[in-house]
Design a protein around this ligand. Structure first.
Ligand SMILES: *Cc1c(COP(=O)(O)O)cnc(C)c1O
Length: 387
C-alpha cells in the first residue's frame, strides 16, 4: 500500500489486488489443499513459492494477512482460526525452558488459563501484575523474563495500561511485548506504533463484525515475525478461505461501524450515569473515568464495549431484568452489529489485584441499533429489578 493514506482509504483498499483475480474487486474464495507445480524445476523450488500447499495459505488468506498488516500499521501478520489460537501461538513462541512471563491481571480468562494451566506444566512461570503498574513493571522483570503481556483496556474491567511506559522499559531490558488489541478493533489503537512488538485480536469480534465467524489476528514487527511464524507453522495453524473472505468483507465497513458503536455506546453510558441503580461506569472515553488521560494518549476513539456496576441484587431479580430483554442478547463474545448484555464476575480470577466494586458488574456491548430503543429497554429492565 502507498504510505500516508488516511485510515478510511486504507480500510477500503488494503489486501486487494483485483489485477491478480480477473478484476474482481474482492479477492475470491480460493479452495485448495494441493497446489500443482507444472515442472520439476518449480517443484524443486517450492520452498520459496508463495503458494505451495493449502495449509500454508491461499490468495484469500494472504489478502487477509495483508489487510491486517495495513490496519495495524505492522510489518507482518498471521491469521489464526480463533482469538485463543492467536494468543496461544504468541505465548508458545516465547515459552523457552524455564522462561518467566509477566501478564496483566485483567487479562482475558483463557489467556490466564493458557499460562497458569498449560505452560506451568512445562516449567514456565507467570507473574500477574497490576494493570496500573506502568513503568513500575521494571521491578518485576527477571533475567529469564521473555514476554510482557498487556490487555488494554481489560475486556471485563476496562483499565487502560500505560503502554508506552511499559514498552520503553521492555525495549531497554530486551523483553518482548504483546498486547490484546481486540477492544479497539485495530481501528482506534495502533499498538505497534506505540512500541509494542505484537498486537493481536480476536478477529471474531470487530474485524468480523457480524457474529458469524471465529478468527484470530496477529500483527507484529519484522524482528519478531520469524519466531512467531515458526510456532505457527509447527502447529499447522490455518483458516478456511470462506472465513478469510468474510473477515475481509467485515473490514471494509470497520470504520463506519466503529464510529457508530462509539457514538451509540457513549449515548447509552451518558444515560446510565443518571440512573439510581447504577453506582459506577467503566468507560475510559468518558471524562470522569480514572483511566481517561491514559486512554487519550493511546486511543483515537472508543468502541461499543464497556462496563457498569449496579446496586447489589439477588439472582432472581437479576434474572427478571435479563430474561425480559428483547434487543440485548445474552451470550459470549461481542463486536457484532447487535447489542449484548451479561452480568459478569471479574473478582473470581484476579490474583494480583482485587475487583470489589460494591455491586453487580455488568458488561454491555452497544450495537448498531437506535440507542433510544436500547435505553428504553434498559429502563424497563431496571424497573423489573424492583418487583
Ligand atoms: C473473545 C476474546 C478473545 C478470544 O477470541 P476467540 O475468537 O473467542 O477465541 C481474546 N481476547 C479478548 C479480549 C476477547 O474478548
Amino acid at each position: 500500500m502507498q504510505k500516508n493514506l488516511g485510515q478510511e482509504t486504507v480500510i477500503a483498499h488494503c489486501g486487494r489486488q483485483p489485477e491478480k483475480h480477473h478484476g474482481a474487486v474482492s479477492t475470491p474464495v480460493y479452495r485448495a489443499s494441493t497446489i500443482l507445480f507444472p515442472t520439476l524445476a518449480e517443484l524443486d523450488a517450492k520452498d520459496s513459492a508463495k503458494l505451495r500447499y493449502g495449509r500454508r495459505g491461499t490468495p484469500t488468506t494472504h489478502s487477509l494477512e495483508d489487510a491486517i498488516c495495513a490496519l495495524e500499521e505492522a510489518d507482518a501478520a498471521l491469521i489464526a482460526p480463533s482469538g485463543v489460537m492467536a494468543l496461544s501461538v504468541v505465548l508458545m513462541s516465547f515459552a523457552d525452558q524455564a522462561a518467566h512471563f509477566l501478564v496483566s491481571d485483567n487479562s482475558y480468562g483463557p489467556t490466564r488459563k493458557f499460562c497458569s494451566q498449560l505452560l506451568t506444566r512445562f516449567g514456565i512461570e507467570t507473574t500477574y501484575y497490576d494493570p496500573a503498574i506502568g513503568a513500575g513493571i521494571e521491578s518485576l522483570i527477571r533475567p529469564e523474563t521473555r514476554l510482557i503481556w498487556m490487555e488494554s483496556p481489560g475486556s471485563q474491567t476496562f483499565e487502560i495500561q500505560d503502554v508506552t511506559a511499559i514498552t520503553e522499559v521492555a525495549r531497554r531490558k530486551g523483553v518482548v511485548t504483546a498486547i490484546d488489541n481486540t477492544w479497539s478493533g485495530g481501528y482506534f489503537c495502533k499498538p505497534i506504533t506505540q512500541g509494542v512488538d505484537i498486537s493481536l485480536q480476536a478477529g471474531t469480534k470487530y474485524v468480523s463484525g457480524h457474529s458469524d465467524i471465529m478468527l484470530g489476528t496477529i500483527a507484529c514487527t519484522s524482528t519478531i515475525y520469524e519466531r512467531l511464524r515458526e510456532t505457527y507453522l509447527r502447529f499447522g495453524v490455518c483458516i478456511s478461505p470462506d472465513d478469510a473472505f468474510l473477515a475481509l468483507r467485515g473490514i471494509r465497513t470497520l470504520g463506519v461501524r466503529m464510529r457508530q458503536h462509539e457514538a451509540n455506546a457513549l449515548e447509552v453510558a451518558d444515560w446510565l450515569e443518571n440512573q439510581e441503580q447504577v453506582i459506577r461506569i467503566m468507560h475510559p472515553a468518558r471524562a470522569n473515568d480514572p483511566y481517561h488521560d491514559l486512554w487519550k494518549r493511546h486511543f483515537t476513539g472508543s468502541s461499543g464495549l464497556f462496563g457498569f456496576v449496579i446496586r447489589e441484587t439477588d439472582r432472581k431479580a437479576l434474572a427478571r431484568m435479563f430474561d425480559g430483554f428483547h434487543l440485548f442478547g445474552m451470550g459470549s463474545s461481542w463486536g457484532g452489529f447487535e447489542s449484548l448484555m451479561v452480568p459478569s464476575n471479574p473478582s473470581v480470577y484476579r490474583t494480583a489485584t482485587q475487583w470489589a466494586p460494591g455491586g453487580q458488574t455488568v458488561r454491555i456491548h452497544v450495537g448498531l441499533e437506535d440507542p433510544k430503543d436500547l435505553i428504553n429497554e434498559i429502563a424497563s429492565g431496571f424497573g423489573r429489578l424492583k418487583n
